[in-house]
Design a protein around this ligand. Structure first.
Ligand code: APR
Ligand code: MG
Length: 232
């Protein structure tokens, strides 16, 4: 019966923490979205509403802080807390109550290993902290965190607002993200009422347009390198 439920849940994509841990042959990775409320405004007119932390990873992709955890040696939350102290530079205890969802990583997720390597199970957490703690994380992550400049190139905030020019959330969502981090962000914004369905639909539609414009500017940049090669 347990096995049948496990297979059904696998088909739907989402697993509870316990169901996901049943996969003893999987590798496990835990990541967390840290956020706070804020009253501050951009240019004195765009309410920032929430500060959400993501990071620019070593591979040039946006993702959430966290990493690989070995459940035979530590609990998921102990492992995630350990990863956070390396990546953010300070202890920020994460508990079972902060768990939001677990699922298999999309098949294309790096590392691009052989089809025989064990599958990656992702555990996602969301934790609300005080605005001052967010500022401290940003300070310490850029100064004393051991992973700074190595596995983590920098912490970034997610702009939740949309400016008249269309700048803001749509541009942010059009960047490249690791695995399903973009979906984790979008579903958390909805789940924790940080953005409405309408806002997200508009922003994501605009992100798609930005994507096709980016393809053109990439072609232009590539043609520059072609011109340089001819000159050499
Ligand atoms: N969706 C899908 N996969 C993800 C996501 C996500 N949102 N976030 C991270 N991953 C994948 C990464 O690609 C990696 O394979 O989860 C795995 C572990 O996450 P990292 O944060 O990259 O792992 P970390 O323990 O911090 O180590 C950094 O060192 O040994 C290398 O390649 C290894 O990526 C790993 C890196
Ligand atoms: Mg990591």
């Amino acid at each position: 019966m347990i096995k049948r439920n496990f297979l059904l849940l696998m088909a739907s994509g989402q697993l509870s923490r316990e169901e996901a841990l049943e996969c003893t042959r999987c590798r496990h990775a835990c990541h967390v979205m840290l956020y706070s409320d804020t009253k501050s405004q951009l240019f004195g007119k765009f309410p920032i509403r929430h500060i959400i932390l993501m990071q620019m990873r070593f591979d040039g992709l946006l993702g959430f802080p966290g990493g690989l955890v070995d459940p035979s040696k530590e609990t998921l939350e102990e492992g995630l807390t350990r990863e956070l102290s390396e990546e953010l530079g300070l202890p920020l205890p994460i508990s079972v109550e902060d768990h939001v969802e677990s699922c298999f990583a999309p098949p294309s997720s790096p590392p691009f290993s052989s089809p025989f390597s064990s599958r990656l199970m992702l555990h996602f957490y969301v934790k609300k902290i005080e605005e001052e703690q967010i500022r401290e994380v940003e300070r310490v992550a850029a100064s004393t965190a051991t992973d700074h400049g190595q596995e983590v190139l920098g912490m970034v905030r997610v702009p939740l607002y949309t400016m008249k020019s269309g700048g803001g959330l749509a541009h942010f969502l059009s960047h490249s993200f690791i695995g399903n981090a973009r979906s984790q962000l979008v579903s958390s914004l909805l789940r924790f009422n940080m953005a409405s369905l309408e806002e997200l639909r508009k922003a994501l539609t605009r992100s798609q347009e930005i994507h096709s414009q980016n393809a053109e500017s990439l072609r232009a940049a590539l043609s520059l390198t072609g011109a340089q090669r001819k000159q050499l």
